[in-house]
Design a protein around this ligand. Structure first.
Ligand code: ADP
Ligand code: ADP
Length: 230
């Protein structure tokens, strides 16, 4: 069944800049879709509509059966379903790693602190950051911070994970450790939409690759088909 059904989505920035020009994409449960395309083509804007970080003016988006209306009425419900990881890790610098991961479960999901910490520590172990739980983000490498950001998103137990160029701000030697976490998530059946330029990841992990250009999806296929240029 479909986790995401985006149909003919249009968005303008201001009155004039038509950034999304009728984009349609369906993502099945458990599917991993990679969105590629030139900088400025609207990839980030498009996936940000999936969790209501961006409004859109025409078309429809249904996330796990919830209609994301244009007036963003369902925003809280949607954000619980959809986790997001950004290029810049967006951790709270004055909170420890553990506090970063437990913040939303405690304040949004109203979990008791002990339960939130138990879950957070399991997640930090999964992403290989358990030893750093009491440190602050500034004491971690970029690759470690991004793994914390993934753990933080997973702590809300989302059904869908969005990744917006998660490795673009990282030194090359740290890219692999983040991609490995994403690969594991994919193999566990997480529904994922990833904007990334990592061709290796797209080839090996994506079920489908779509190419965006100038606010429309211009091509799509399995990695085998997509990367087999004549
Ligand atoms: P991509 O992710 O493919 O690089 P983006 O979705 O970030 O593309 O941006 C698409 C276009 O929209 C770019 O030309 C960008 O400058 C523009 N844009 C992004 N955010 C805004 C904004 N808040 N206001 C106006 N224009 C924006
Ligand atoms: P990315 O392409 O990684 O999504 P950008 O560097 O394009 O990020 O944009 C960074 C921030 O600036 C985003 O919040 C985006 O919405 C905003 N932005 C980008 N382009 C414009 C623009 N032309 N006018 C206003 N805000 C913009």
């Amino acid at each position: 069944s479909a986790a995401i059904i985006a149909t003919d989505v249009h968005k303008w920035y201001g009155n004039h800049f038509h950034v999304l020009r009728g984009v349609s994409l369906s993502v099945k449960q458990g599917e991993v879709v990679v969105i590629m395309g030139p900088s400025g083509s609207g990839k980030s804007t498009f996936i940000r509509t999936f969790n209501a970080l961006e409004e859109f003016q025409q078309g429809s988006i249904i996330i796990d059966g919830i209609n994301l209306s244009h007036d963003l009425k369902n925003i809280e419900e949607i954000r619980r379903e959809v986790g997001m990881v950004f290029q810049q890790f967006n951790l709270f610098p004055h909170l420890t790693i553990l506090q970063n991961v437990t913040l939303a479960p405690i304040w949004v999901r109203r979990w008791p602190k002990a339960k939130a910490e138990e879950v957070a520590l399991q997640l930090l172990e999964r992403v290989g950051i358990l030893e750093q739980a009491k440190k602050f983000p500034g004491q971690l490498s970029g690759g470690q911070q991004q793994r914390v950001a993934i753990a933080r998103a997973l702590a809300m137990q989302p059904k869908i994970m969005l990744f917006d160029e998660p490795t673009s701000a990282l030194d090359p030697e740290m890219v692999r450790e983040v991609l490995d976490v994403m690969r594991t998530l994919a193999s566990e059946g997480m529904t994922m939409v990833c904007v990334t330029h990592e061709v290796g990841f797209a080839r090996e992990v994506a079920d489908r690759v779509v190419l965006m250009s100038d606010g429309v999806l211009v091509e799509e296929g399995t990695p085998e088909v997509f990367f087999s240029n004549p």
